[in-house]
Unconditional design. Structure first.
Length: 295
């Protein structure tokens, strides 16, 4: 069993940014000189990933790392400076993120998106559907995906992607899956309420809702959904019990979408610190899952 230096199986929490090592990694990856701007859950994801990869020994001249749904994340280039090989996969040039995070230009020239100099011979980008990874079994020492798996389709599609992550890992290898988890699911956002709204509007709204599946907030998991669709479906072992506690401070700058708008508003008037996001009457944040393949 790998000894870990900190709790990785957890929700993003404002107190995590009291960890000087986490803040140091986020600043290295983002090249951000202002510590206040680093207090954001998406940066937490990359910083915690970097610490995990260091902890499990994936960052040496033998480590081969696969990124699934990678887009052009800055952490790709940080990892390329430290591992033997990093392969970034995504449906580059297609899908809802093709114009802003997964541009087709990544396939021809990853260096065009590099935030800092990196070892260009260590990073390659490939077009690939996460539900059907074009690699043999046991190809990588480590696999990760950051806030992507929730966008891969239906619950069945997500299970397929999780199983693929487990398949391409070498025995004893490690995976780090970050996604979004509901910390408050209001009754009006549950599957039965969604389904009733669909029926009442004669399928004009919430068309994908069923009595058992939300059509709204379906890209944020309940804990039970997370365990079933990601952890168990992967065939991997969760390395730590999942800690779902949140400090009171994490709620103080609760972000939400302004009514009828995509603009995010907060009590402080500043986007930072950004930990929790309210959509409709429910709240979610990032959650990290450190996983290992049995030997």
């Amino acid at each position: 069993m790998t000894d870990l230096s900190r709790q990785y199986a957890k929700l993003c929490d404002l107190r995590d940014f009291d960890d000087p090592e986490l803040v140091a990694r986020t600043r290295e990856i983002q090249q951000e000189p202002d510590p206040a701007v680093a207090i954001e859950r998406k940066l937490w994801e990359e910083g915690l990933l970097a610490l995990f990869m260091e902890d499990v020994g994936a960052l040496d001249d033998r480590g081969e790392i696969l990124a699934v749904g990678a887009g052009r994340e800055p952490v790709l280039y940080w990892l390329a400076n430290r591992a033997k090989r990093v392969v970034a996969t995504d449906i580059y040039g297609e899908g809802e993120f093709s114009g802003r995070e997964a541009e087709v230009s990544m396939l021809d020239d990853p260096s065009a998106h590099a935030p800092f100099p990196y070892r260009e011979d260590r990073l390659e980008a490939r077009w690939m559907d996460a539900r059907e990874l074009d690699f043999p079994d046991a190809s990588f020492d480590a696999v990760y995906t950051l806030s992507s798996i929730e966008h891969f389709g239906s619950p069945r599609d997500i299970k397929r992607a999780a199983a693929e992550i487990g398949r391409v890992l070498r025995p004893g290898g490690h995976a780090f899956v970050v996604t979004e988890m509901l910390v408050k699911l209001h009754p009006i956002d549950t599957a039965p309420a969604d389904f009733l709204r669909r029926v009442a509007t004669l399928n004009r709204h919430r068309r994908l809702a069923t009595p058992l599946r939300r059509s709204y907030l379906d890209d944020a998991f309940k804990r039970s959904e997370l365990m079933r669709r990601v952890v168990r479906a992967s065939g991997l072992r969760l390395m730590q019990p999942l800690d779902t506690t949140l400090s009171p401070e994490s709620w103080e700058n609760l972000a939400r979408y302004a009514e009828g708008s995509t603009e995010i508003v907060t009590p402080s008037g500043s986007f930072y610190p950004h930990i929790l996001l309210q959509v409709s009457a429910s709240v979610f944040t990032s959650v990290a899952l450190p996983l290992q393949k049995p030997v």
